[in-house]
Design a protein around this ligand. Structure first.
Ligand SMILES: [Zn+2]
Length: 372
């Protein structure tokens, strides 16, 4: 069970199942069309219909994160009862054992900071202004916490768009200089998103990249391989989201690419990700996550399928999480040794306490996933 070297790079075709609009890019030539579809400029100056690499990588990442979060959420519910119970348990231990606060009225206050809903993993929910005071954090440097979401308190995986997204190991060396950096690192470690000096970032940042950490995969633009003599244009009406009414004089024209058109591009694995190297067909299963691209999803635009996927693993996400858990447990003691060797004083103690909390959460998640 290992990746064979011929799987380091793979060409895929992508077929549009519905009409699609991926816009943006250089609008080199003046046009009477308001929203043009994206074109890649080729070596000889010719523009070709394409889906940009950033879009392909972006949809892959978002879907990967949502799936990992969903599976983790299910495991949390099995182990802790509910997400609210998990957060209560986590925040209580985090404040007491890592940050050295004691919060007595935690359960009562928690209801104020966590909005009730049952679709947590499919949307973005801010915890709002209550959180910093709730955590007894008054320092101005922690004002960023006002905009944190429930996702920031999910174990294993970070929210790359958040202020509290993954930081690399080199940030550990300057922790005493900045309180926000310190808080972010402690939170990441306590939620098992990071194992100091063994696993720098969460599973998603490890694959798709983070601040100071280059992405493990590289994606090319996907260029149209079907010839389209004329690109269709549709008149659309802009709807004012606030008024929920048709705005005055907001008719605009948009190009779209019709269904059944095929594109071709390449996905490459650039470096080894420790807990992925145990899995077969990583590229196939990452490519398989691409099912939607572009705008107007609610109108049925942008459904796609990736062809040339040879090995589809329906339990790929579970396997990724399990491999991460195994890797985390195997490297935990060694990581503690490294922290003890490299860091010192109160900061070292806080990091070690956060690691112990992280390990207990990893074990609970493993329990929730079950062994099948
Ligand atoms: Zn991350």
């Amino acid at each position: 069970m290992s990746i064979s070297s011929d799987l380091q790079s793979h060409t895929y075709r992508l077929r549009l199942k519905t009409r699609t609009h991926v816009g943006g890019g250089p609008q080199a030539r003046p046009s009477i069309i308001d929203l043009k579809v994206w074109r890649a400029r080729t070596g000889n100056g010719e523009d070709k219909l394409a889906i940009p690499s950033s879009t392909i990588k972006g949809v892959m990442r978002t879907r990967f994160e949502n799936e990992v979060r969903r599976k983790t959420f299910e495991a949390i519910k099995k182990s802790y009862g509910s997400l609210e119970d998990f957060l209560y348990c986590f925040l209580k231990q985090f404040t007491a054992n890592v940050m050295n606060y004691s919060i007595d009225s935690l359960k009562e206050d928690l209801k104020k900071v966590i909005p009730k809903n049952n679709r947590l993993y499919s949307g973005y929910y801010g915890l709002g202004t209550e959180l910093p005071s709730f955590l007894d954090l008054h320092d101005e440097e922690l004002s960023a916490l006002v905009s944190v979401s429930v996702y920031d308190f999910f174990p294993i995986i970070c929210d790359p768009t958040s202020q509290l997204s993954c930081l690399s190991d080199k940030d550990l060396l300057g922790i005493s200089e900045n309180e926000m950096t310190m808080f972010t690192l402690l939170l990441q470690i306590a939620l098992a998103k990071k194992l100091p000096f063994s696993s720098e970032t969460c599973t998603s940042c490890e694959i798709f990249g983070a601040n100071g950490l280059i992405s493990a995969i590289k994606v090319s633009d996907f260029i149209a391989i079907t010839n389209i003599p004329v690109i269709p244009v549709q008149a659309r009406i802009s709807v004012d989201r606030l008024m929920r009414a048709v705005s005055q004089a907001k008719l605009f024209s948009a190009e779209y690419i019709p269904e059944d058109i095929e594109f071709k591009g390449r996905i490459e694995l650039m470096r080894r990700v420790p807990y992925l190297s145990q899995l077969d067909s990583i590229l196939d299963n990452l490519a398989n996550l691409i099912q939607r691209v572009g705008r107007w999803e609610s109108l049925g635009f942008g459904e796609v399928e990736v062809l040339d996927v040879m090995n589809r693993d329906d339990r790929f996400i579970i396997h990724v999480i399990r491999s991460y858990i195994d890797y985390y447990k195997q490297n935990f003691e060694n990581s503690v040794k490294k922290v003890n060797f490299i860091l010192e004083g109160e900061n070292r103690d806080k990091i070690i306490n956060a690691m112990n909390l992280g390990k207990s959460i990893i074990e609970k998640i493993e329990e929730g996933l079950g062994r099948s």
